[in-house]
Every structure is written in structure tokens, then in C-alpha cells.
Ligand binder design. Structure first.
Ligand code: GLV
Ligand code: GLV
Length: 329
């Protein structure tokens, strides 16, 4: 009956209910490998496929796909070749907005957690090595007064900026590193006079905490490489809640090991779920398993939006949150 939705991995309610109210739903029992997903998309059996970040939707898959659209269960869509989708008349939707605050919370958590050595401290207590209060035990850094550098100034960066102002941080940003784009006071809105735009080079050199909030694309892949790490302050802390490949993770391990920078708080990795050799052994890191959006209400909202995007596409409308450049879609 009606439209048929292919869901590559079960999503929370109300997502599956919305889809089954709108048509027929097939949820794959296991995450499909590339060849399986390509064959399913080419079969002509499905109107829309609802994908996860791990599903690679590239040009060859899209060229053979007989679907109207791809609805990604994420705000980021670096797993999808959007230009190819547009060329093949395939619509793409994503789930922006609903995960902004949750992800900004995790960025703040990593800032505080690295500054105050939360992982090391927790381990000391669990290992029975907490021997009582001492004047010079487990000393960390102050967040108040420290310079927070925001690489990117989209929704999530702004939500981090708002939080960090509450913590008394001094804030700098570069809106589109490594390039530049002047941001007017009008565009800055509530942040005018509170955060200062600087070129990417200065952001790198002046930040005590450098937090990444850029999409992954050809301009931002390895944005933070050995050269950038070498220009950071020797006690600076790198925070990444965006995408792993924005950082050269092997270079980061070297930099952390050799005291080139002070620490790192990471929610994303270059080759998830694998970690660069040596990363897990470094004490000056806080490592999280890509949980920026992982709250019960946020994942439900992402499910709702991704289902509504899929239904709209299947029914011949635009998704609520379209990713294709619409003049060409
Ligand atoms: C998660 O990383 C997302 O892009 O939603
Ligand atoms: C993503 O939602 C961003 O704009 O930062």
C-alpha cells in the first residue's frame, strides 16, 4: 500500500509510527554494508531511504538508485554526495535545530572535563587512590577568563558561545575557517560586542580552548593538522564535537604526547569507531562515543523530523529540512 520506506537502522518513536501511518516500512535488522544498501536502493522497491551517518550514499549508489529521496537521521550529511543527489534528482533531508543545545552541552562538558581533569580524577577515586584533600592534588585550569576560540559560527557554535559567556570565558570566532567571511553586528545579534571575529590564524594562536563547529567537507578535512597544532598554545585544549576527519588524529596524538598542546576533548573520531593508535593511552584527553545528540527527547525529535522529511519526499513535496540547493533540485 502506498509509499514504501526503507529504514537502514531502527529509529526511536515517533519516527517508525509516523512512517507506518504513511505507508509501508522495512527496517533492516542489521546495518547494511555498502553493496547491500546500493542494491536495495537500486531495486525500485522503495520510495525513500532513511539513513544513518554510517551509510555511505555516494555517486555510484545514487546513479543507480531508484528512490525519490534520502532522509538522513542527523544534522550533518557528509555521508551523502549531495551534488550527485541533486544531479540525479534525488532529494536529501536532515535534522537541524533539534540537537543544537544537546551538542553544545557536550562541547561545554568537554571544555569543563578537560580543564578539570574529570577522567583522571574519576579513575583515581575508583582505583582507591584518593587519599584525602591535598593542596596540590589534581590541579586543573580555570575556564573563567580563558579564551574560547570557536571555529565556525553556526547554530551549535552559537549555543556554545551562549553557554561559555555564562562561564565567564573570553570568546573569539572564525565563521568559516580556514577562509574568512565578515560577520556584521546585525548578524551577530545577541553576541554583538561579546564575541570577536578574528582570522583563523589568530584563532589558532590565541585560543586556550579551540572548539570545532564546522561541517566536514573538502575545505575542512584536516583543518587541524600538525601545522595548526604546532601554532596552538602549548597548554591549549582542542575540543571536537563536529566531525572526526576535521582533525588529523595521528598528528593530534603526536602533539598530545609531546606537549605541543595541553589536551583534547573529543566526541568524534577520524575513523569511527576506531581510535588513532595511542589516543586511548593519553591521560590528557576526554573521549566520548559520538553522543552529542544522545538525549532521549533529542533522538525522538530527530526521529520525528527524519520521518516527516521522508514522508514529504515520498508524497512529492519538499522535505521540511532540505539539503539540496533547491534551485537545482
Ligand atoms: C550527528 O553527528 C549529527 O550530525 O546529527
Ligand atoms: C549545525 O546545526 C550548526 O549549524 O552548527
Amino acid at each position: 500500500m502506498g509509499n514504501h520506506y526503507l529504514v537502514t537502522t531502527a529509529i526511536p518513536e515517533p519516527g517508525l509510527q509516523l512512517l507506518s501511518d504513511a505507508g509501508q516500512v522495512t527496517v533492516l535488522p542489521d546495518p547494511p554494508d555498502y553493496a547491500t544498501l546500493a542494491a536495495l536502493c537500486a531495486s525500485g522497491d522503495y520510495d525513500v531511504v532513511l539513513t544513518q551517518l554510517r551509510d555511505v550514499i555516494d555517486e555510484p549508489l545514487l546513479a543507480n538508485a531508484r528512490v525519490k529521496g534520502v532522509s538522513n537521521y542527523a544534522v550533518g550529511y557528509n555521508n551523502i554526495d549531495v551534488d550527485a543527489a541533486t544531479r540525479h534528482g534525488i532529494l536529501v533531508g536532515n535534522t537541524p535545530g533539534v540537537l543544537t543545545d544537546a551538542t553544545a552541552d557536550v562541547a561545554m562538558l568537554l571544555i569543563l572535563g578537560t580543564a578539570r581533569r574529570v577522567v583522571e580524577s574519576d579513575r583515581v577515586v575508583r582505583d582507591g587512590k584518593f587519599l584525602g584533600w591535598e593542596p596540590e592534588f589534581m590541579l586543573g585550569r580555570d575556564v573563567s577568563g580563558a579564551v574560547l576560540g570557536l571555529a565556525g559560527f553556526g547554530r551549535i557554535a552559537r549555543a556554545v558561545a551562549r553557554r561559555a559567556l555564562g562561564f565567564g570565558m573570553e570568546e573569539l570566532f572564525s565563521p568559516r575557517p580556514p577562509g574568512d567571511r565578515p560577520v556584521s553586528d546585525e548578524e551577530l545579534g545577541e553576541f554583538a560586542g561579546k564575541v570577536r571575529q578574528v582570522p583563523w590564524d589568530s584563532l589558532v594562536e590565541r585560543s586556550d580552548f579551540l572548539s570545532l563547529h564546522v561541517p566536514l567537507n573538502e575545505q575542512t578535512r584536516h583543518l587541524v593538522d600538525a601545522d595548526v597544532l604546532g601554532r596552538m598554545k602549548s597548554d591549549a585544549i582542542l575540543i571536537n564535537t563536529a566531525r572526526g576527519p576535521v582533525v588529523d588524529e595521528s598528528a593530534l596524538v603526536e602533539a598530545l604526547r609531546n606537549g605541543v598542546i595541553g589536551g583534547a576533548g573529543l566526541d568524534v573520531f577520524e575513523d569511527e569507531p576506531r581510535l588513532a593508535a595511542g589516543l586511548a593511552e593519553l591521560p590528557n584527553t576526554v573521549l566520548l562515543p559520538h553522543v552529542g545528540s544522545a538525549t532521549v527527547p533529542v533522538r525522538a525529535e530527530m526521529a520525528r523530523l527524519s520521518a516527516l522529511n521522508a514522508i514529504a519526499i515520498a508524497e512529492g513535496r519538499l522535505p521540511l529540512h532540505p539539503v539540496n540547493p533547491l534551485s537545482r533540485a
